[in-house]
Design a protein around this ligand. Structure first.
Ligand SMILES: [Zn+2]
Length: 430
């Protein structure tokens, strides 16, 4: 109770943002802090491991002659430009099957071990098959087009390919809410009521149509509180997970949605498409300039005729995976930058600093709340719980200094404690 007293005493004179931040952090039970740290740190290593596993798989497929035999088989029965398509399809299918054990562990076993998943194996596997079928179709066609480009342009394919990749990503983002997301979840308009009124007010103040706010059954897969902005142009919408709707208070939901509206208003989707073009251009250039060297150095038995030869696809993917694994921190920092901007926007739009702070606590059931600076820099794609609460409390202090009145921190702290009491009770009854 000591910290509460400090806050109560502070409020009589001036609001102490540092003490309030600490009081929020202290509501998280030590046991949970340890469990989430184990989950999140493991996840970082597993991301790295999946990159290494892919590199090993591609290397083995080259080394045992699988790639060259597959190419020869398809090229015997059809022209080279056409033979590439079934080659790509089979190669990606084989790589997917080989990575299945790791995907199963990360996506199913581990999520259940940390109480984050709600699906049985059948449900999970169905989603897994759907996702991979869609991925296989899209990646086969796009790699086929990329190889046509490589063979046609020879030296400048990597620039044109990166721009084409950006266009494809834009198309996928646009199609996703209409054609892809409904394969996994049901989306319905948010019901009329106080919450919708509040969200519509924020949406109207931000200049976006509130008809684009929908609810989806996130609880079919996960216990995580989720919301997102998806789509592009005419398909843009803000989706609110039912997990958020069921568990969070109105202040919390408003603060989350104002954050999502921030992504929308600040044009983050468009910026991400440009970022993708840059990432692809550097990656393709890296592949273009290292392919010949790697083939000469290691490929004595691979019989790859050059970068345009489809038998070199595993080497192409190996080099690209190496690049993108090294780039994880760059991508994380890019995403975190947008998240911080959306946080700042969301605080101004929703004016719910305590709702924002307790949401950061709720999210700390799967994201480490206080990572070290280096850990946050390298591995986190969102600001840490602590920095988010700090931002909210500093914002609140500014508002109070400007004359806003406040009684909410104590109430919100009680709510913060009850978040963890509820989850402890649920654990006890399970
Ligand atoms: Zn965000």
């Amino acid at each position: 109770m000591l910290l509460l007293d400090i806050i109560a005493a502070g409020q009589a004179t001036a609001f102490d943002a540092v003490a309030a931040t600490q009081a929020y952090i202290d509501t998280v039970p030590a046991e949970q802090v340890a469990q989430v740290a184990a989950y999140h740190e493991g996840q970082n290593w597993l991301n790295l491991a999946s990159g290494v596993l892919a590199i090993v798989i591609f290397f083995v497929l080259l080394q045992i002659g699988f790639a060259k035999n597959l190419r020869d088989r398809f090229e015997r029965s059809m022209p080279n430009w056409l033979a590439r398509l079934p080659f790509i399809f089979v190669l990606i299918l084989v790589a997917t099957v080989l990575t299945f054990p790791l995907d199963y562990y990360v996506g199913f076993v581990r999520e259940h071990a940390f109480d984050l998943a709600t699906q049985d194996f059948g449900g999970w596997f169905g989603d897994y098959l759907t996702a991979n079928a869609v991925g296989l179709a899209i990646s086969s066609l796009s790699l086929w087009l990329l190889y046509a480009l490589i063979n046609w342009l020879k030296s400048s394919w990597w620039i044109v390919g990166a721009i084409g990749g950006g266009a494809l990503v834009a198309l996928l983002i646009m199609a996703s809410p209409v054609y892809i997301a409904p394969l996994f979840n049901d989306y319905t308009p948010l019901e009329q009521g106080e919450l919708r009124d509040g969200l519509e007010a924020i949406a109207a103040a931000s200049g976006i149509p509130a008809s684009d706010i929908v609810v989806y059954n996130a609880s079919a897969q996960t216990t995580r509180l989720t919301a997102n902005v998806s789509g592009l142009g005419s398909t843009v919408r803000i989706a609110l997970g039912d997990t958020l709707l069921d568990q969070a208070s109105e202040e919390e939901i408003l603060s989350v949605m104002a954050h999502e509206i921030g992504h929308y208003v600040l044009g983050h989707t468009t910026r991400t498409i440009y970022f993708t073009v840059a990432i692809l251009a550097f990656g393709f250039a890296f592949v273009h300039f290292s392919f010949g060297w790697a083939n000469r150095r290691f490929g004595g038995s691979w019989s790859i005729r050059g970068i345009g030869d489809i038998a070199g696809l595993p080497l192409f993917l190996l080099l690209f995976t190496f690049y993108s694994t090294l780039l994880i921190p760059v991508q994380n920092n890019y995403v975190r930058w947008g998240e911080m901007e959306a946080d700042a926007y969301g605080l101004e739009a929703a004016r719910q600093p305590d709702g924002f702070a307790t949401t950061a606590l709720r999210i700390s059931t799967y994201r480490k709340i206080e990572p070290s600076a280096i850990e946050e820099f390298l591995f986190h794609h969102h600001p840490s719980g602590r920095s988010r609460i700090e931002r909210a409390m500093n914002w609140k202090a500014e508002q109070l200094a400007l004359g806003a009145d406040d009684q909410s921190t104590e109430l919100a702290l009680d709510r913060a404690r009850s978040i963890f009491e509820e989850s402890a009770q649920e654990d006890a009854t399970e």
